[in-house]
Design a protein around this ligand. Structure first.
Ligand code: F6R
Length: 609
């Protein structure tokens, strides 16, 4: 996720901004830049790679500039390059801007700006904003920002400076983080508190739509209409390490909580307000999608589970046969390829050796390959004909959480587009699903707003158990595989996940009064079947922990414990039902005092075969 730093003070800003960017490195980035108001103009330096590259490019020379911006970029629109790195300039170079987030209508704004004579020099969505500001700059920077914000669709935070107003930085946000740091004779903007924690603990958290003008002596807050606002300061009590984790006790918990934002970013610009999925950026047109006769999905671990979840949706909605395999099996089993079989390689890191090998094999045999990855410029992007990016931001916890749900969301977009292109479902049904998918980030926010008391209580009651069984059907079975993997990898408790209908063919022998059984039983067409499975489990005296849809009264009669999720269409439910399972695993491991961010024997990226 990108990082923003803005500074208006009385001491040289260059080292303060560079230090601020260093404190945001943990968010992940592929390029960086800095802009300083100096000698009546703005000096800008941008560099691809880490901050040392930027520092080298910026040189040792001291600068007397007291106002400036800095940015670390995690590429989403446009590859990592110096041109795409922020800050971005207007045509005159006298306005500079750094932005986090996604401008969904940037294509049409870009066309309008080009027609009006602006020269855009990057592939980014961010650059359009600074040119829009340029058109309004006669009113002053703050007023120009207020005029531009209503024209932008999407979610973003940005800060801008203007050479003609050398003592201010103006910033605003909509559904993306931006905080103000209040120093002694100096003020800061940042996308996260660690950027200025060394200088001040006094912060102001901004609301959506706030437009803020910072000067060395203080801040002026208004809404987009220019009405003055009062914003309260709070004192941060975290230490620097806790601040990097956004106040959460671990990166894993932070990343679990970041899922609404990760999904919002992944869906942005790819799903219109009326629910129509658009993946034209991937270069697989409807004609190509219509021609496909089969899909192979290959991946490892949690990415495999994301593929398995959506394999059901692709078959059900688009009516294309899907075969899914773990990459380490697929690559050695001599699969049959043809040009009408799309091979989807899913790898959040883009560097997993088995998945890359499977993709290479398919490509050499003449099948088109789509990579689904979270990392721009990763090896997977070079082993594929088409690339679809999740936009989950860097994941630091070894156990994948937000990248998993982002993969599921991206693949659901593909399922919807495939079904649309092939006329496999009525369009009205597909747009209804698309609109429900758009609402999933809010559904998740609702889920988090309910708090975690019941998960913690269940974790407290069962953390000493020696074995957990997970049961589900259809997509719920795939969610169980993921929940069981999370628990075993961070708590070291053995787990099994079974398709619930298979229970009577063996695993039922495991059950007694001591076995907790986790059942994913959201409202789906297979719910009545799951009720029978729950009865079987209860008859053996085992405790049932159900994950179920809010308001389902039948489940409360049947289960000892229920973890609720908001209602949604059953094709989308895995985006919600997996979250209580992530939390359950997290809290069980936490009670056991284990290091969830770095479980034993595991590495974040598996690059050896
Ligand atoms: C489990 C986990 C792993 C990864 C697997 C594939 O929490 O993170 O199972 O999912 O190693 O990694 P990627 O997606 O990077 O190919």
């Amino acid at each position: 996720m990108c990082g923003i730093v803005g500074y208006a003070g009385r001491r040289p800003g260059k080292p303060v901004i560079l230090e601020g960017l260093r404190r945001l490195e943990y968010r992940g980035y592929d390029s960086a830049g800095i802009a300083l108001i100096e000698d009546g103009g703005i000096d800008v330096v941008r560099a691809v790679g880490n901050l040392d590259c930027l520092v080298a490019a910026a040189g040792e020379d001291p600068s007397s500039a007291v106002v400036g911006l800095g940015h670390t970029r995690w590429a989403t629109h446009g590859r990592p390059s110096e041109e795409n790195a922020h800050p971005h300039a207007d045509c005159s170079g006298r306005i500079q801007l750094v932005l986090n987030g996604i401008i969904e209508n940037y294509q049409e704004l870009r066309e309008d700006l080009s027609e009006a004579g602006h020269t855009l020099s990057s592939e980014t969505d961010a650059e359009v904003v600074v040119h829009l500001i340029e058109d309004q700059i006669g009113r002053g920077l703050a007023e120009a920002v207020r005029a531009v914000v209503p024209r932008l669709d999407g979610h973003f935070a940005f800060c801008a400076i203007h050479a003609d107003e050398p003592d201010i930085v103006v910033g605003t946000r909509r559904q993306a983080p931006l905080v103000v740091g209040v120093g002694d004779g100096e003020m800061f903007f940042a996308s996260a508190i660690p950027a200025f924690l060394k200088h001040t603990r006094r912060t102001v958290v901004l609301d959506d739509g706030d437009v803020v003008t910072l000067r060395a002596g203080g801040a002026e807050y208004t809404d987009v209409a220019g009405q003055p606002l009062l914003r309260e300061e709070t004192e941060v009590t975290w230490d620097a390490d806790a601040a990097e984790r956004g106040g959460f006790e671990t990166f894993m918990l932070k990343e679990i909580n970041e899922q609404p934002a990760a999904l919002r970013d992944t869906l942005a610009g790819r799903l219109s307000e009326d629910g129509c999925a658009d993946l034209s950026e991937v270069g697989m047109g409807d004609e190509f999608l219509r021609r496909l006769r089969r899909i192979f999905i290959v991946a490892c671990g949690t990415s495999y589970h994301a593929g398995l979840v959506v394999s059901y949706a692709i078959e059900q909605l688009a009516r294309v046969p899907v075969q899914i395999d773990v990459a380490s099996e697929f690559r050695y089993r001599q699969p049959v390829f043809d040009p009408d079989t799309l091979v989807i390689g899913i790898t959040q890191s883009g560097e997993t050796a088995d998945t890359l090998a499977a993709m290479r094999l398919a490509r050499e045999a003449g099948s088109p390959v789509l990579a689904l990855t979270n990392i721009m410029g990763s090896q997977a992007t070079r082993e594929a004909d088409h690339v679809l990016f999740t936009r989950a931001g860097l994941e630091i916890g070894v156990a994948a959480t937000k990248t998993h749900t982002a993969q599921v969301a991206a693949l659901l977009l593909l399922a919807l587009r495939l079904a649309w292109a092939r006329g496999a479902q009525p369009e009205a049904e597909l747009t209804r699903l698309g609109r429900e998918l758009r609402a999933i980030p809010e559904n998740l926010e609702q889920l988090f707003s309910w708090g975690q008391d019941s998960v913690k209580e269940i974790a407290g009651r069962y953390h000493d158990e020696r074995f957990f069984l997970y049961l589900g059907r259809g997509m719920g079975f795939a969610v169980c595989l993921e929940g069981a993997l999370k628990l075993k990898e961070i708590s070291y408790i053995p787990t099994e996940a079974y398709a619930a209908g298979e229970m009577k063919h063996g695993p039922i022998a495991l059950l007694d009064e001591k076995s907790p059984v986790v059942i994913v039983a959201d409202d789906s067409p297979v719910f009545p079947k799951l009720v029978s499975n729950i009865e079987e489990v209860r008859a053996r005296g085992a405790d049932v922990i159900a994950v179920a849809t809010e308001g389902n009264e039948r489940i409360t009669e049947l289960s000892r414990d229920v973890l609720w999720v908001p209602a949604t269409d059953h094709h989308l439910a895995p985006l919600l039902t997996v979250v209580p399972l992530q939390l359950l695993a997290y809290h069980i491991a936490g009670i056991k005092g284990l290091n969830v961010d770095q479980p034993r024997n595991l590495a974040k990226t598996v690059t050896v075969e």
